[in-house]
Ligand binder design. Structure first.
Ligand code: SF4
Ligand code: FES
Length: 244
């Protein structure tokens, strides 16, 4: 793409599934300015060219995870993608793959969050009385923190889910985000839910469905490595089963 770019062309997926059986693509021209992101371009379209376009966003700084979409065929955050980095004359934007469509670029995250919830994404403790009236701090060493810290950076944006070839074909597969979050709590030394957690994922639709394509880790905008979490969970399940 030229440095003296005057405008950008966006080819945008359009469909309201309540009223239209088929999708179509609509093309818009957006004036270029330095640092223009795909999200800026879509907001420009909505505010100046076509108010009927549906988009979802909030923070505009890669923190809330709400602006994920397919950009030139890859799952990306629209607010974190500058148009110049794409190096194409026309930018194609589509809704996130493997998520049910609500309208245009907006998809439903209901199943995604239900699957997350099934992974028990919270600390499980047996000492209810101590938790109600703590008598001491629960300190961790740097090494203990290191075991799970990267997984806490997840913003639940769903890019890994959209990139995963297994979620595309198996609706019961929890997906990379959910599995990485299960590992995040499993690896936390304050957690006492170990066996309970492993039972949730030790089945044909769980960790054993992963083909290790590694696409989840490659698209994550926060540097989380869900593929690693899945491998570590497999090791934990095998070790646990051997103990029985
Ligand atoms: S692991 Fe990365 S890509 Fe997946 S939901 Fe979390 S932040 Fe998004
Ligand atoms: S708008 Fe929040 S991550 Fe893009």
């Amino acid at each position: 793409m030229q440095t003296q770019l005057k405008e950008v062309t966006l080819r945008v997926f359009r469909q309201d599934p309540k009223r239209e059986k088929k999708h179509r693509y609509q093309t818009y021209k957006v004036p270029y300015r330095r640092g223009l992101t795909v999200l800026d371009s879509l907001i420009y379209i909505k505010e100046n060219l076509d108010p009927t376009l549906s988009i979802r966003y909030s923070c505009r700084m890669a923190s809330c995870g709400s602006c994920g979409m397919m950009i030139n065929g890859l799952p990306r955050l629209a607010c974190f993608t500058q148009v110049t980095e794409l190096k194409t004359e026309t930018i194609t934007v589509e809704p996130l793959r493997s998520f049910p469509l609500i309208k245009d670029l907006v998809t439903s995250f209901d199943d995604f969050f239900k699957k997350h919830h099934l992974m028990l994404p919270y600390l499980i403790r047996r000492d209810a009385e101590e938790q109600e009236n703590p008598t001491h701090q629960y300190l961790q060493t740097d090494e203990e923190l290191e075991r799970y810290i990267q997984f806490t950076y997840c913003i639940r944006c769903g890019l890994c889910y959209a990139a995963c070839p297994v979620t595309a074909t198996d609706r019961n597969f929890p997906g990379p985000m959910a599995l990485a979050q299960l590992y995040r709590y499993y690896a936390d030394t304050r957690d006492e839910g170990g066996e309970e957690r492993l039972k949730v994922i030790d089945n044909t639709h769980g960790i054993w469905r992963c083909h290790f394509a590694d696409s989840c880790s490659q698209v994550c905008p926060k540097g989380v490595d869900p593929a690693l979490a899945i491998q570590l969970l497999r090791r934990a399940v095998m070790f646990n089963n051997r103990k029985r």
